[in-house]
Design a protein around this ligand. Structure first.
Ligand SMILES: [Fe+2]
Length: 294
């Protein structure tokens, strides 16, 4: 067997083009319908640590392709909610604005309005996912931008007094509270039993880079051991700081885009303004398992 090529060679063939914000890069030169060499995956892993939002354009991914590519980055989570499952790949979660008959729904009837508020996927879990990969299958002609903000930059751009104030604080994340806050369908008794609140550090350390990140969003319910009003005001200030217009990357979707996000250090939200809900919008999401934040 041939020895693995040096990593530098793989980097040379992989284009890594930072976009308007340094935490986002477009990867060029890869056809993700094909299996990747281990050195290419290693180069992608390095790019992912340097740029926690990676964009791949002009792909033509079948479900199997997305699942195979996602698995290069770890085990995949399977949604517990059967309504999102495709028939063949339970790892694929379909995000769409369609009803059961395939007709676009108005915004107020969409299943998860929380997707349109700043969040990091699964932060209400004990072991939130490492990464989410979202692939554009059908995209309306206008609107439907997904916005991203770096939680490393958010932490680093606080002043010293603010960083000192929040050091050591713990944030309670609650799927149930998040659904209530965002006006989603109220959770069932069973869902409430299966989704107890969890507590994570408000400032988490990225397990691979050691960088600190503000870890919060719509799933964050309250700061542990802090008066309710103070906690609400502090969280609102931090989210506002993290998502200032000038630091936000807006992704304008095209069919064939795959966007891979490091959930440990990036906030995101969708914009529910596509085509006046008259056009279908279908995305396929896969989620890579992660570890408990520290
Ligand atoms: Fe999300």
């Amino acid at each position: 067997m041939m020895p693995d090529a040096p990593l530098a060679a793989a980097t040379a063939i992989l284009g890594v083009k930072p976009l308007t914000h340094a935490f986002v890069a477009e990867i060029t030169g890869l056809d993700l319908t094909r299996p990747l060499a281990s050195e290419t995956v290693a180069a992608l892993e390095r790019a992912f640590l340097a740029h926690p939002v990676l964009v791949f354009r002009d792909q033509k991914l079948a479900r199997a392709d997305q699942v195979r590519f996602s698995r290069y980055f770890g085990d995949l989570d399977v949604s517990v909610n059967r309504q999102y499952h495709g028939d063949d790949f339970p790892e694929i979660h379909t995000v769409s604005n369609l009803d059961a008959d395939g007709r676009p729904l108005p915004f107020e009837k969409l299943a998860n309005p929380g997707n349109y508020l700043w969040h990091t996927d699964g932060s209400y879990q004990k072991r939130p996912p490492r990464a989410s990969l979202l692939y554009g299958v059908e995209i309306p002609k206008a609107g439907g931008v997904t916005s991203f903000a770096s939680l490393h930059d958010a932490h680093e751009s606080l002043d010293a007094a603010q960083r000192e104030r929040i050091a050591g604080l713990k944030l309670v994340h609650s799927w149930v509270q998040s659904r209530l806050n965002s006006g989603s369908r109220p959770p069932t008794e069973e869902e409430i039993r299966n989704s107890p609140p969890v507590t994570h550090p408000l400032v988490r350390t990225h397990p691979e880079t050691g960088r600190k990140a503000l870890y919060m969003g719509i799933h964050g319910s309250h700061i542990e051991d802090m008066a309710s009003e103070e906690s609400t005001a502090l969280l609102a200030m931090l989210v506002e700081h993290a998502t200032r217009e000038e630091v936000v990357y807006n992704h304008h979707w095209r069919a064939g885009d795959l966007v891979m996000t490091d959930n440990r250090c990036v906030l995101h939200r969708g914009a529910p303004d596509y085509g006046g809900a008259a056009e279908p919008r279908i995305l396929h999401r896969t989620v890579v398992s992660g570890d408990a934040p520290f």
